[in-house]
Design a protein around this ligand. Sequence first.
Ligand SMILES: C[S@@+](CC[C@H](N)C(=O)[O-])C[C@H]1O[C@@H](n2cnc3c(N)ncnc32)[C@H](O)[C@@H]1O
Length: 236
Amino acid sequence: MHEPVLWSDDNSPHSPRFGDVYRSRAGGLVQAQTVFVGGCQLPQRWRGAPRFCLLETGFGLGLNFLATWAAWQADTGRCASLHYVAIEAYPVPAADLLRSAQALVPAEPALIAHAGVLAQAWHALRPGLQDFYFADGALRLTLAIGPVLAMLQQLDCVADAVYLDGFNPAKNPEMWSQPTLDAVAAHCRPGSVLASYSVAAPVRAALKHAGFSVRRRPGVPPKWQRLEANWAPAMR
Ligand SMILES: C[S@@+](CC[C@H](N)C(=O)[O-])C[C@H]1O[C@@H](n2cnc3c(N)ncnc32)[C@H](O)[C@@H]1O
């Protein structure tokens, strides 16, 4: 079950299925670090916690995962145990995970090393839930392979932080629908933080309806804005 990735001349990864890019052409890593890791106020939020759980919709090329792994590894105050739960209906080949990390400019040796470890573990994928352990077991990746809503309904986790990264909502509404975002909220606790590059009005409205308080923040070019939210159902 390996989804083809098309690589353009400028080394941007595209999805033929969705007619969209996996990440912004310029600054893919900055987007991961600023929109997602920074947008969830990491590493501060995992400091002092024994464990921390992150939920991502759209694992894709694993860039957000690798950026989170690198930030966690580099943080001397990191939580002892990090659980990264990611949903993906169409896993890409291991070679594309590696190529994606190698294509980053400037080169990020830590990410390339982590991508190599991930690519080695990336075999015998099957629909449903699959666990991978890294960093001597302190980092657990649960990959939920299947359609987003069905996977959210199968998962049993409480997320301290959520990354929403599911292609352009106009091209892929299922990842951003009210039932999907309600199901995301069902995995949150009061105060759970959420980050996304999308500030589309229907996404913000669906998040508010699901109990999130939503803020727009200055974005990473070419996007003007990015989104941060907290699950605060009583504040609606
Ligand atoms: C923008 S990419 C994610 C990029 C990724 N977060 C990264 O760091 O590389 C969006 C991902 O969502 C997945 N996806 C799209 N629709 C889906 C659905 N309905 N259910 C599950 N995954 C879906 C796509 O296959 C794609 O890998």
